[in-house]
Design a protein around this ligand. Structure first.
Ligand SMILES: *Cc1c(COP(=O)(O)O)cnc(C)c1O
Length: 453
């Protein structure tokens, strides 16, 4: 009902070109709208009034529950997971929330990925498939294990790895595929799992941006062999730094736990020095972080619903603007976590106004945004790593020589030139906020020629 009303008011407003529908907006939002005629005023970048003056909802969100949780750990003096109950409690709660059998909390998302690869004994000589449109950590963990990264191009429309191209990238050296659920959506797990199971090849879901997202009504991160999460400050569940591995495989649960705990299993406590598994490190979470996560988890479902309503509404608004293409979701993606709100910008529909100038203009209108990732497969440090002493010892010269050509990702190059991102906290407010984002974009489009000059 409410959705219909807002939709109609939007259509009425765009039809008339006037802002009279502002009268239908919630009071709180109306107070932040400087002028009902904002979309015909001069662009803020050229000195006009910005569409939005108030900021967006802040992040992180906390109150006395978080203070009490942290103080409780402090006063207990039990700050280490071996001495306190909080990290264990968090692991149980997170596994249950996500519908996984086992959870291993880790120091951050990078170490969740590192321990997954470690627990699977992936190492020198192995190839690991990943998308080029991701945070650098997905790549770094592969290099940390002296494995060879193999990039599979992006699907322009969804921003996810193009699952149709995974099979062609497999060799007899392929040990794992790391699909990344980008921005809160989901990679095409049906196709990836089908390809992986024929081999068999391990599937490590990088779900660091997709807490509570779902693939065919199952939480992402519980579908592959392991799923890795990040609780770093920007993520949808946050304890400053933190991470987790989910798995339904009891053997992997033991191996990943041992990897993250210097080779010591769950049963090994205190001054007992027995080791299991192989290579290992200390990648543990502290009790402070465990307590903070338990407190933050009380909010996660309501926040996710809030983002989902606003994200879906913003999609409907922006799909109607020529030249703006919100990231599409695969049919199998039954829930989006909206860690990022991502869209492609087509300058041809904005009088040739460059993407970077568009971003500047949108920021000036009071809408924070960024250009997102640059092409990871083209980073110079990869070449340097592959030509390093260790890599040259492991891999035939030909494999290193041919690497750049084999890893070209032309679709991703286009994606990196045209993407625009908004952050998850911007979806935590009201629908009126989404109207203003769309208003600001329409205003820029109207004045695009002027902004370009
Ligand atoms: C944040 C992130 C990571 C790494 O998580 P950290 O907790 O920062 O180590 C890995 N992959 C993706 C896709 C991420 O967004």
């Amino acid at each position: 009902m409410k959705s219909e009303l807002t939709r109609r008011s939007f259509l009425a407003r765009s039809a008339s070109g006037l802002g009279f529908a502002a009268a239908l907006q919630p009071v709180a939002t109306r107070a932040q709208t400087p002028a009902p005629l904002a979309s015909v005023a001069r662009p803020a970048l050229l000195g006009g009034p910005p569409v939005r003056q108030g900021g967006f909802p802040g992040w992180p969100v906390f109150d006395e529950h978080e203070s009490a949780a942290l103080d409780g750990v402090l006063q207990s003096g039990r700050w280490f997971r071996g001495s306190g109950p909080r990290v264990d409690e968090f692991e149980k709660a997170f596994a249950e929330l996500m519908g996984a059998r086992h959870c291993i909390a880790t120091a951050n998302g990078t170490s969740a990925l590192l321990a997954s690869l470690g627990g699977m004994e992936i190492g020198p000589g192995d190839e690991v498939i990943l998308p080029p449109y991701t945070f650098v950590a997905t790549l770094n963990v592969i290099l940390d294990h002296y494995a060879l990264p193999v990039f599979v191009d992006s699907d322009l429309e969804t921003f996810q790895i193009d699952a149709q191209k995974v099979e062609a990238a497999l060799t007899d050296r392929t040990a794992a595929i790391i699909p990344v659920h980008l921005g809160g959506g989901a990679a095409d797990l049906d196709t990836i799992l089908e390809v992986a199971r024929q081999r068999p090849v391990r599937v490590i879901e990088d779900a660091c941006q997709s807490h509570l997202a779902e693939w065919r009504n199952r939480r992402v991160g519980t579908v592959g062999d392991t799923g890795c999460f990040s609780f770093q400050a920007s993520k949808n569940l946050n304890c400053g730094e933190g991470g987790a591995i989910l798995t339904n495989d009891p053997e992997l649960a033991v191996r990943c736990y041992a990897f993250h705990n210097n080779g010591r299993g769950r049963e090994v406590q205190g001054y007992d020095f027995r080791y299991t598994g192989g290579r290992a490190a200390n990648l543990r979470l502290t009790e402070f972080q465990g307590a903070l996560l338990l407190a933050q988890m009380r909010r996660i479902e309501a926040q996710a619903r809030n983002r989902d309503e606003n994200g879906a509404f913003l999609n409907r608004l922006l799909e109607d603007i020529p030249g703006i293409h919100p990231a599409r979701m695969y049919d199998g993606c039954t829930r989006n976590a909206w860690h990022l709100y991502m869209f492609r910008y087509d300058a041809d529909h904005f009088a040739g106004l460059s993407r970077d100038r568009f971003i500047e203009a949108l920021r000036a209108e009071g809408i924070p945004c960024s250009a997102g990732y640059s092409p990871l497969n083209r980073e110079a440090f990869i070449r340097a790593t592959l030509e390093s002493r260790g890599y040259r010892r492991i891999y035939p010269a030909r494999l290193i020589e041919e690497w750049a050509e084999r890893n070209a990702c032309p679709q991703n190059d286009t994606l990196c030139r045209t993407a625009v991102w908004l952050t998850q906290n911007m979806l935590l407010g009201e629908r009126g906020d989404m109207d203003q984002i769309a208003d600001a974009i329409r205003k820029i489009r109207k004045h695009a020629a002027l902004l370009k000059a």
